[in-house]
Design a protein around this ligand. Structure first.
Ligand SMILES: [Zn+2]
Length: 198
């Protein structure tokens, strides 16, 4: 059985489980496999994608309805994170968003229980309120925009996770590296992890 991977964020950063497991550099083979995923991965993504959207769409809808807009300082973070429409972002402290999903197959790749934050589309749910967490999530918002929306991002995130079988997928590497430049991650295991990405 697949070693459970941490798809905690679908933009949804989860910063746990990183201590002591610095990620290896991605090889050209890794990147080629991500660009041209094996048929088995494509089939798995095709199965999981509608489930993911069904589970996660209501999360974004709730955050957009109940969340607060970014502060002026956070707007600056968003622009540095590459977000084209920071005025659309909403942030909500919402512990209930970190429940495991109902679908068993999706729960094998998405387990937000230990996550600090979850981002879906323009909705950011926070369990840990810290500038560096928000900076990381805003990089994911920029990725959603760049890739063409929630479904395209989710497809890419699932594919990278299933191909590489690690949390250190390109989308997370970018979010950690760029987020750390916007608001530095405090000293500790996670910071050491990030430094290996430089
Ligand atoms: Zn992340």
């Amino acid at each position: 059985m697949r070693i459970v991977v941490l798809l905690q964020t679908l933009g949804f950063a989860a910063l746990f489980g990183l201590a002591g497991c610095a990620p290896a550099a991605l090889t050209e083979g890794d990147l080629a496999a991500v660009a041209h995923p094996p048929a088995q991965v494509q089939a798995e993504v095709a199965q999981l994608l509608p489930v993911a959207m069904r589970e996660l769409d209501p999360i974004e809808a709730h955050i957009l309805a109940a969340g607060r807009p970014l502060t002026p300082v956070e707007m600056g973070f968003a622009r540095r994170a590459g977000v084209a429409h920071p005025e659309k972002v909403r942030v909500l402290a919402w512990p209930q968003a970190f429940r495991p999903p109902e679908d068993k197959a999706f729960a094998k790749v998405y387990h937000p229980q230990g996550a600090f934050a979850i981002t879906f589309g323009y909705g950011i749910a926070l369990r840990k309120e810290a500038p560096w967490v928000l900076a990381h999530e805003l990089v994911h918002v920029g990725q959603y925009e760049r890739l063409g929306g929630r479904e395209a991002f989710t497809r890419a995130y699932l594919t990278q996770t299933l191909v590489l079988k690690t949390y250190a997928i390109p989308l997370e590497r970018e979010a950690f590296k760029r987020g750390n430049q916007i608001s530095p991650v405090p000293q500790g295991a996670t910071r050491r992890w990030i430094e290996t990405l430089q």
